[in-house]
Design a protein around this ligand. Structure first.
Ligand SMILES: Cc1ncc(COP(=O)(O)O)c(C=O)c1O
Length: 386
């Protein structure tokens, strides 16, 4: 085995990807050409959604999703504290208030019970929406969240950044692919290099609503549309109808996204094989993320919980294994503390954070490196557990 560093995540770029990018570089469009639409169409088909809007990154996607759902300043949205800050920041971009509900201590995703309790502790109309996250690749049961949301007139944005290719099974026995828009209003994906599909930077917003699709497309390009041409205008005419952004993805990135997407099913299978190896080795010894019945985890991450997390993290680094921690609870980050969230009562999230550690998980992680990682972890725990 070579003794290079083993990271927790890594992109998988092959000659197909390189050729696709090079071919775009020498073609007519570097941006706003045919590759963007092709990527959007293929991605929508892949996740079984009607529409997809490519964006410059998932954070931009989250921002225009919250705008498209018309969040007004001061309005309140619930999300999970165990996520990347962007899942909450998008609400702040629109001057909304973020409220955190606790996580489930076994799946590590937003707890339905805790969300229900929070909603029911306030008068009707207090909250506007929920942003559940398919954390680590584990799909949230959106059928259950939809029932709760409908009862209280809330929208749902599914942050599926970790989960292209994952699904949960609904009460009719149907596989519901992450981001398919059947239960959430909008789904969001990220194409950052540590994610399943690497575009350098990039993201996709999916929906089944034509009205939301049109609004998202407009917000992604400055709030501009060419729809109202009328017969008195020439081909140059466009209207800027509201204040939007330049959140576009380029043709170069989309070309890479298309070839990356074509490999995603294989990548998710490979990730699940690695997860099975970890589970086999750790069963009855180490706690790991549980898998609800009927769910298929896309395994962006494989997370375990250990008492001496810092000890294990430091030890693994001396062995060239670079793990990561996902995530510092968002409500404890200095920005959120300062605006008043520091005292939130989120015991499961804080307990989880004190123990969690994400192990190497990427499709090209070789068998012998997996064994090496497993052996180093078991060895550390044996030496350090009395
Ligand atoms: C759950 C989640 N949401 C949103 C984002 C933001 O993605 P991007 O880096 O594409 O803006 C990330 C990125 O790490 C993420 O993990």
């Amino acid at each position: 085995m070579d003794n290079s560093v083993i990271p927790y995540g890594r992109q998988n770029i092959d000659q197909n990807d390189i050729d696709a990018v090079v071919n775009t570089l020498i073609a007519d469009f570097l941006t706003q050409g045919p590759k963007v639409k092709e990527f959007e169409d293929k991605f929508a088909r892949y996740v079984n959604a009607k529409y997809a809007v490519a964006v410059s990154n998932a954070t931009a996607g989250l921002h225009i999703a919250v705008m498209a759902l018309d969040l007004k300043p001061g309005e309140r949205v619930i999300t999970t504290p165990i996520t990347f800050a962007a899942s909450a920041n998008c609400v702040r971009y629109c001057d909304g208030e973020v409220w955190f509900a606790d996580i489930d201590k076994d799946t590590y995703t937003l707890s339905l019970e805790s969300t229900k309790e929070l909603i029911e502790s306030k008068p009707k109309g207090f909250f506007k929406g929920i942003i559940p996250v398919d954390f680590a690749g584990l799909p949230v049961n959106l059928e259950a969240f939809r029932a709760l949301a409908d009862k209280h007139d809330l929208w749902i944005i599914e942050d599926a950044c970790h989960a292209p290719g994952g699904y949960f099974t609904d009460s009719k026995g149907k596989q519901q692919w992450c981001g398919n828009g059947n239960y959430a209003d909008i789904g969001i994906f990220s194409f950052h290099p540590v994610k399943h599909i690497a575009c350098g930077e990039g993201g996709m917003v999916t929906t089944n609503s034509e009205a939301l699709y049109k609004r998202l497309s407009k917000l992604r390009t400055h709030g501009i549309t060419k729809e109202n041409m009328g017969e008195n205008h020439g081909g140059w005419y466009y209207e800027m109808q509201e204040l939007g952004y330049n959140y576009r993805l380029t043709d170069i990135q989309s070309a890479l996204g298309i070839t990356q997407l074509a490999k995603n099913d294989l990548g998710v299978v490979r990730r699940n094989e690695i997860a099975s190896n970890y589970k086999r080795a750790f069963k009855d010894k180490i706690k790991y993320q549980s898998l609800p019945k009927g769910a298929y985890n896309a395994h962006h991450l494989f997370i375990i919980e250990v008492e001496d997390r810092k000890g294990l993290y430091d030890y693994l680094r001396t062995q060239n294994i670079f793990t990561q921690i996902h995530y510092i609870p968002v409500h404890t980050l200095p920005y959120y503390k300062e605006i008043g969230y520091g005292d939130a009562d989120l015991n499961n999230a804080e307990d989880y954070y004190s123990k969690c550690i994400s192990l190497p998980m990427y499709p090209t992680l070789e068998e012998e490196k997996q064994t090496y990682v497993i052996d180093r972890i078991l060895e550390f725990l044996e030496k350090n557990t009395k």
